[in-house]
Ligand binder design. Structure first.
Ligand SMILES: Cc1cc2nc3c(=O)[nH]c(=O)nc-3n(C[C@H](O)[C@H](O)[C@H](O)COP(=O)(O)OP(=O)(O)OC[C@H]3O[C@@H](n4cnc5c(N)ncnc54)[C@H](O)[C@@H]3O)c2cc1C
Length: 493
């Protein structure tokens, strides 16, 4: 018995080692270190105060080095050239290289249009960054049906090219770029905020900067990224998948938005997605929804082990990992307190703020659609930190968060098939409601009235949903859900 357990543990350790080796082989030592850093951060989150090293707060009347410092040069790098174009002195810092995307992004027409309108890119540049377009997308449930949808997530974007172009534009507009600089802590004074920054270079001394406004764009790594849900995601760009018709083949003109290949295992409902990109390449992800507190250290590496073990169950072919991409995407259910900035001179953006859909976790899409509004908001706050934020929350999020919370704690054992059955019913209803409603939900645009209709129809077809929701959500969360929906319905009248 003990030998058997030891054997199982040994096999699991070997599988993790193999996964580590495959990420290293495809992405290099630095990318593996990034994965391990993200995984380790789940064990010791930065203190709530964010003060890994506290600088002295600037005195009253102190002049700031910059109007805005953006800490985190991932997707939020897009804000830098927009703020610089508005006449602000801007710096961006990142613990790694600024604008080095470790993501692949799929998006819809609204996002492509928002990028084109941002003023960051040259004429026709955004079109060139679209590496594939799909005639439709689909969601498919294990033991259930396949539900096609049009007009959503139907573009694959060259994420590396997009951020490289934003970086070049930022540089051209005089933005200071501090690659390899981590934000350790900050302290707010009456007229500026002091930042303690450490350079990754060996022997480099920590130094302090100051800004009128700190934009926390550290994503899931921000100490203020307190959203209650999280979506651990692994995968990357694969070559060699079999193309053609049939569930286990890739069609270059179809995006697979959500798909399951088994019921709940290890307490999780795992989901796949597959987005064809450049000819012969497809981005494939494996992910699950979880409550933040349920995801411990090593989550990404063990998800990678599962990814390599079960990929062939999802898609046929001689798959080769070309570029690994991974991360934790925070999600806020709207059933608990929102992530909040610690002061007047700090604003949270992107994943740290987690204002995107808690159901689709499409942070790229949501942030890009709000790009102009966010940049205007930040420019106002840099000049007047007391200015209220004009950030909007899509009404549908007050409804979808409860569904995401439900998915984050699915029933196992004899009820392990219930999640797929529920998803199958819900997507059958969406499909029957028509493409406009179905796509609107995935684009965060569904109106509260339609959302309630969708819930009613789903419950009519699957009455067990009442028990499932009540057993998964504490009473208080149920109350917040009902109140949030009622508020949005009232507003929409
Ligand atoms: C694998 C994966 C695939 C995704 N695919 C899609 C998709 O197809 N469509 C979609 O809509 N969304 C997608 N998303 C979500 C989307 O990528 C995020 O919502 C978006 O990148 C968030 O942008 P951000 O600027 O907040 O954070 P990020 O883009 O995560 O950038 C955070 C940056 O902060 C830096 N950082 C961390 N700590 C510090 C520190 N202390 N000091 C300085 N810098 C620091 C990091 O190095 C990083 O560069 C995906 C996410 C993942 C993980």
């Amino acid at each position: 018995m003990r030998a058997g357990a030891g054997g199982a543990a040994g096999a699991a350790a070997r599988e993790l080692d193999a996964a580590r080796g495959r990420v290293r082989e495809a992405g290099g030592e630095a990318l593996l270190a990034r994965l391990e850093h993200l995984d380790a951060a789940r064990v010791a989150p930065a203190p709530r105060t964010g003060l890994g090293r506290a600088p002295r707060p600037p005195d009253r009347g102190a002049a700031a080095d910059y109007d805005v410092v953006i800490a985190g040069g991932g997707l939020s790098l897009l804000l830098a050239p927009m703020l610089a174009a508005a006449g602000l002195r801007v710096a961006v810092l990142d613990r790694a290289r600024i604008g080095a995307a470790h993501r692949e992004w799929n998006a819809g027409t609204a996002e492509v249009e928002a990028l084109s309108a941002s003023g960051i890119f040259a004429q026709g540049e955004v079109e060139r960054l679209v590496v594939a377009r799909y005639v439709e997308g689909l969601c498919r449930w294990h033991g259930g049906g396949t539900y096609p949808v049009r007009g959503v997530l139907d573009h694959a974007i060259d994420a590396g090219g997009l951020l490289a172009a934003a970086r070049a534009r930022a540089e051209a507009l005089g933005v200071t770029l501090l690659d390899g600089h981590a934000l350790l802590g900050h302290a707010e004074g009456p007229d500026a905020v002091a930042l303690a920054v450490a350079e990754a270079r060996v022997g480099a001394a920590p130094r302090d900067l100051s800004a009128r406004l700190l934009v926390d764009a550290r994503g899931a790594a921000s100490p203020y990224a307190t959203a209650d849900l999280v979506c651990p995601t692994v995968g990357g760009v694969l070559a060699g998948l079999a193309e053609g018709d049939g569930e286990r083949r890739i069609r270059p003109d179809v995006g697979e938005i959500l798909a399951t290949t088994e019921d709940v295992e290890e307490g999780r409902q795992h989901l796949w997605e597959a987005f064809p990109g450049r000819p012969g390449e497809t981005t494939v992800y494996l992910f699950y929804y979880a409550r933040s507190g349920d995801v411990g250290p090593g989550a990404l590496l063990s998800l990678y082990a599962r990814f390599f073990r079960l990929l062939s169950r999802y898609k046929e072919g001689d798959a080769r990992l070309v570029r690994p991409t991974f991360g934790f995407i925070p999600g806020w259910s709207r059933l608990s307190a929102a992530p909040r900035a610690p002061g007047r001179r700090v604003r949270l953006v992107g994943d740290a703020a987690a204002r995107h859909s808690p159901l689709t976790f499409c942070g790229f899409g949501a942030n890009v659609r709000e790009l102009a509004a966010t940049a205007a908001d930040l420019a106002r706050a840099a000049r007047d930190p007391g200015a209220p934020s004009a950030a909007r929350d899509a009404p549908v999020h007050s409804g979808t968060g409860a569904l995401a919370a439900l998915m984050a704690r699915p029933a196992g054992g004899a009820r392990a098939g219930e999640m797929n059955a529920l998803l199958n019913t819900a997507f059958a209803v969406l499909h029957a409601m028509g493409d406009d409603a179905y796509a609107a939900l995935l684009r965060d645009e569904m109106q509260p009235g339609d959302f309630v209709k969708f819930l009613r129809e789903t419950a009519a077809r699957r009455p067990e949903v009442y028990r499932e929701v009540v057993s998964a959500l504490p009473l208080r969360a149920l109350g917040r859900w009902g109140a949030g929906l009622a508020r949005e319905l009232y507003r929409a009248r």
